[in-house]
Design a protein around this ligand. Structure first.
Ligand code: ZN
Length: 265
């Protein structure tokens, strides 16, 4: 089994890891922007979403919300994650309004498991059925993106994610800032500001991304007390305000940014 999985990984993953050779670095991001920032928000906390959305609207930014499809009312079942048990994850009607405001709805699986601990058929079910449910409930056609629960993946899981998704996000296993021209689109890195991180820390990471001409995917959960390491309205406003004053940053959804970078290679 291991050998077969390794073979599958070698066959499918290798072409996805792009090298710098031949990569066009001119006008790296849309509008000739120098670097990119994406907000990738996990778990579908509805109370927090209602706090995030006016802020994104105020600065005219679009983000990616990654939903756990079995946690959404009326299906809501099996919320095993401690940080999620007491929270509402909204209804599909709620999330349709988010989509209609221009944000991306991505999948964060059906039930939020550690995917590498599951057998192949269950991994497939988590990936495929969550995608189908988003398609059906939101009448959302087209390719979608995935965020690994707990940022936990393996070569076999990433390989399978590539069968059903355009791109997938993981954590900081191999680093924090994505370098265009050398991105594995099934293991896009993300950086997670923790509660003790100050606005200054986040600004520093944004500036570091500018220096690298990179793509920073900022991972978030909830706001003002909800979820794992929630951000505050004050800190989030500070981040968006800072970004809005930079004339060389491209801020867009995970899918749009991934698509743009894929087309440039
Ligand atoms: Zn999660």
């Amino acid at each position: 089994m291991i050998r077969r999985r390794e073979m599958m990984r070698c066959m499918s993953a290798a072409p996805l890891i792009l090298t710098n050779a031949g990569f066009n670095r001119d006008a790296l991001f849309p509008g000739g922007k120098r670097f990119a920032v994406t907000f990738s928000i996990d778990d579908g906390f509805w109370k927090s979403a209602q706090e995030f959305l006016p802020l994104f609207d105020r600065f005219n930014y679009r983000a990616t919300f990654n939903l756990v499809t079995s946690w959404i009312t009326p299906m809501r079942s099996g919320v095993g994650d401690d940080y999620n048990q007491a929270s509402s994850h909204g209804t599909w009607t709620n999330w349709k309004t988010v989509l209609d405001r221009g944000h991306e709805i991505g999948s964060h699986s059906m039930t939020h498991p550690h995917l590498p601990q599951l057998d192949e058929s269950e991994v497939k079910r988590q990936l495929l059925y969550s995608k189908r449910r988003i398609t059906k409930r939101l009448t959302l056609w087209g390719r979608k993106t995935f965020a690994f629960p707990y940022n936990d993946s393996s070569p076999a899981v990433r390989e399978m994610a590539g069968r059903y998704y355009l791109a997938a996000r993981e954590g900081t296993r191999t680093g924090e800032i994505n370098q265009p021209g050398a991105i594995d689109f099934l293991g896009v890195r993300s950086w997670w500001p923790l509660q003790h991180n100050t606005l200054g820390d986040i600004v520093e990471k944004i500036d570091e991304t500018r220096d690298m001409r990179g793509w920073l995917v900022i991972g978030l959960h909830g706001m003002n007390g909800e979820g794992w390491h929630p951000i505050t309205t004050e800190k989030m406003t500070g981040v968006l305000d800072y970004l809005s004053k930079q004339n060389d940053v491209y801020v867009d959804t995970f899918k749009n940014t991934a698509l743009w970078l894929m087309k440039k290679t």
